[in-house]
Design a protein around this ligand. Sequence first.
Ligand code: FAQ
Length: 335
Amino acid sequence: MYTQALDLPDNAAAKAAAPASHEAGPMARFEACIDADGRIEPQDWMPEAYRKTLVRQISQHAHSEIIGMQPEGNWISRAPSLKRKAILIAKVQDEGGHGLYLYSAAETLGTSRDQMLDGLHTGRAKYSSIFNYPTLNWADVGVIGWLVDGAAIMNQIPLCRCSYGPYARAMIRICKEESFHQRQGYEALLTMMQGTPAQRALVQDAVNRWWWPVLAMFGPPDADSLHSGQSMRWGIKRISNDDLRQRFVDATVPQAKVLGVSLPDPDLTWNEERQHHDYGAIDWDEFWSTVNGNGPCNRERLATRVKAHNDGQWVRDAALAHAEKQQRRAMKEAA
Ligand code: FAQ
């Protein structure tokens, strides 16, 4: 349902299509590789603006995964059964892993993890607006899986075809895991919807609260999207913010029907002419206020993250001391 083809282009052919080094400068070779839908690798020459855009997007994406562990992590100790607890622990751990793949991909562009984390911890770097909303009841955990992971997959499948090789490759594994995350959320909600009226009411309440922030998660409308034009020209983004949002709405409406919940938008209707659903106006003031640090949980999320980082200092110190000891031993043995 979420896939838009995972077939990857023939990189060798694309690179061969690029003019040879004696014929053209690095910019021409870069452009030719992008035009032929090839992959740019870390050792390849790239314009500084391309590098900067990638570091911005990949590090923001990594920060989102790491901060995104918090809303659901909040429910690990209160999961309603051992099975749900085990699933949730695995999911939250996956999000941490996604952050690590993505930091590694960004590091290949010459930015250190310390620099990226400093950006996050000092509030200079962005992370997804969606993780600044609270998880008030157990159904929120299911709704995050169904809607937030569902939106993330919709946005991230095209990134498997991103022109920067390390990012594209990281995204393939991430998307496979996100797909499991989406299904576990939907399954948890289906179970609740077969339960008591109180359980069904919890699901509906969670859907009502998350629907609009999830739609905003795809980013500003195309007309206001600062980076989309250039990022699409470079093959970093493949599908625009509005087009992804529309695909998500179209995919989610039938799922809501099966689940038996209503989506909180009186303007949501099928448009026969467009062959898409029309939907109501998104509150962009709320979006920007959240992005700029004033959402319901921004301060709490950042404070929790900074504390976790500081509390983990002894682990990093111990790992470094161990690595140094091993290196000294290896040098002594080699001498
Ligand atoms: N939140 O010109 P555009 C997940 C910013 S991972 C905050 O359209 P662009 C997994 C944008 O950065 C979710 N800021 O920007 C999970 C820019 O500001 P800047 C994260 C946002 O880059 C599930 C400005 O607005 N996914 O969910 C947002 O072309 C469950 C102008 O915007 C990714 O990061 C936003 N929602 O398009 C984990 C995917 N939207 O940088 C745990 C990769 C926009 O100039 C539990 N990223 N902004 O200061 C992307 O695809 C793109 O970066 C977009 C934004 C589509 C997010």
